[in-house]
Design a protein around this ligand. Structure first.
Ligand code: C2O
Length: 524
């Protein structure tokens, strides 16, 4: 724990090696990475390497009670994994309680030595981590919310590389400063590490060229504003085509649902060398919070690079077609403020965390931990995206998983519902990248909508926003044996149960099975 002061108030936070945000891990494609995690705090911890595929090494994936038991106070665990065929910006974060609020950092995977980027070589690279800050202790906030059954407090500010920048009532804090030279190209590696908010990001007086998302190359396109959900990463090229000056770098919430949010814009400064300290910073304004059009334009512009060297291997023939609804719901709770607690669910199943990890239960054949009967489609059908609520807002509780054969191809349509409130849900799948073959508003209609799927150059990623009152269709190949978590990356929704897991069985080939756990694997 370490004291940190933001917004003119101080609180103890959990840090990694004393840093917030935590240290950046630099590696190259195909490197093996060893990270020794020593728990010096009073909480159980576990660390997830978000977007790293963990081919056959699910024991190092990190989500507590899904692939491992937590690392208890005083204990040590060595994460050991290989970055097979992966390069780009990813990130790591705590995957237990709400510790990822302050326990997170970047992973920068460079291409193999001698392999260039498929875009102009940048003069310099910079990681920009967007996040949120609460004045109070985040564990206390979520615990109180769970007790009352209501939504937790929203954050007090956003941050860029750990700093909100000057804000009302606390102007004393300087924001992050990015020093640049005129006439150069910079590669910005942007990460949304916020707990609960999709963000807009913009730099005054400059355009941004998107070249990569979630560690996969994209067709370059130029934009004023990027949109990024929690869990996602976006690499952009920035051309410093001014002679001098100071320019505002800004991040603020995107949300097109009528709910409370943190409305504070985080700011940093792009500072050209040769600029006098007294120069006024050129300001920028971000799109209004509910600018769905701008968000959609951005999302629709994302396409895989799909070059000869980096082809988009979209599964064309599908073995399993799944349809999952993502929604909020209500469960009875006698001690709660309204006699109900807010929960969240996939196909109306509110996931219940097991007592030992699913991966152990799967590998060692321990019965009674989970059942493999997760529904492949909703058990109750209604007008999902409609204004009318279904009569029953309840959900079923269970630790149910969906089983996939090794190397099978999967199409999954994720449908947001209007139950309680329609909302964007950034859905993250562990262990895989997937292709986003389609998205749209309203109810998914297989006959009409699947005709329009992009099977040529859809964007490839590990986290995708299911639009408020709409749907997203993804495809992936189940070529990674193990247990793989899928959940909403809004931490509040994960806590409420918007999560499930896939079990991928071993294949028959020599390199198609999960390897056994390491000897220091934590015990529950
Ligand atoms: Cu970035 Cu399961 O998380």
């Amino acid at each position: 724990m370490k004291n940190a002061t933001r917004l003119c108030s101080t609180k103890p936070i959990v840090t990694i090696n004393g840093n917030f945000p935590g240290p950046t891990i630099y590696a190259r494609e195909d490197d093996t990475v060893l990270v020794k995690v020593v728990n010096h705090v009073k909480y159980n911890v576990s660390i997830h390497w978000h977007g790293i595929r963990q081919l056959r090494t699910g024991w190092a994936d990190g989500p507590a009670y899904i692939t491992q038991c937590p690392i208890q106070p005083g204990q040590v665990y060595m994460y050991n994994f290989t970055l097979t065929g992966q390069r780009g910006t990813l990130w790591w974060h705590a995957h237990i309680l709400w510790l990822r609020a302050t326990v997170h950092g970047a992973i920068v995977i460079l291409p193999k030595l001698g392999v260039p980027y498929p875009f102009p070589k940048p003069h310099m690279e910079q990681v920009l981590i967007l996040s949120e800050w609460w004045k109070s202790d985040t564990e206390a906030i979520i615990n109180e919310a769970l007790k009352s059954g209501m939504a937790p407090n929203v954050s007090d500010a956003h941050t860029i590389n750990g700093h909100p920048g000057p804000v009302q009532h606390c102007a004393s804090q300087e924001g992050f400063k990015l020093q640049v030279e005129q006439g150069k190209t910079y590669l910005l590696r942007i990460i949304n590490a916020a707990l609960n908010e999709d963000l807009f990001f913009k730099i005054a007086g400059h355009k941004l060229t998107v070249v990569e998302v979630d560690a996969t190359y994209t067709k370059p396109f130029t934009t004023d504003t990027i949109v990024i959900t929690p869990g996602q990463t976006t690499n952009v090229l920035l051309k410093t085509n001014h002679a001098f000056g100071k320019f505002m770098v800004a991040a603020s919430t995107f949300m097109d649902a009528p709910i409370a949010i943190d409305n504070v814009t985080a700011t940093a400064t792009l500072h050209y060398s040769n600029t006098l300290g007294s120069t006024i910073t050129k300001l920028t304004s971000l799109p209004p919070i509910n600018s769905t059009k701008i968000a959609n334009n951005f999302t629709d512009s994302l396409k895989s690079l799909n070059s000869q060297k980096y082809p988009a291997l979209v599964p064309k023939k599908i073995d399993r077609s799944l349809f999952f609804t993502v929604s909020l719901g209500l469960n009875p709770c006698a001690s709660c403020v309204n006699g109900n607690r807010v929960v969240a669910a996939i196909n109306n199943v509110t996931f219940v965390m097991p007592k030992i990890s699913l991966l152990q239960a799967h590998f060692f054949n321990i019965s009674g931990i989970f059942t493999d009967d997760f529904p492949k489609k909703p058990e109750i059908v209604y007008d999902f995206a409609g204004k009318k609520q279904p009569t029953n807002l309840g959900t079923n509780r269970g630790t149910r998983v969906y089983r996939l054969a090794y190397n099978s191809t999967v199409q999954l349509v994720l449908q947001d519902t209007g139950m309680i409130a329609p909302e964007n849900h950034p859905i993250h799948l562990h262990g895989f990248n997937f292709f986003v073959v389609g998205r749209g508003q309203g109810n998914f209609n297989a006959k009409r909508d699947s005709k329009k799927f992009n099977l040529v150059d859809p964007v490839e990623r590990n986290t995708v926003g299911v639009p408020s009152g709409g749907w997203t269709a993804i495809r992936f190949r189940a070529d990674n044996p193990g247990v793989w978590f899928m959940h909403c990356h809004l931490e509040v929704h994960t806590t409420w149960g918007l999560k499930m897991a896939f079990v991928v069985d071993n294949g028959k080939g020599p390199n198609e099975s999960l390897i056994p756990p390491p000897s220091d694997f934590p015990k529950c």
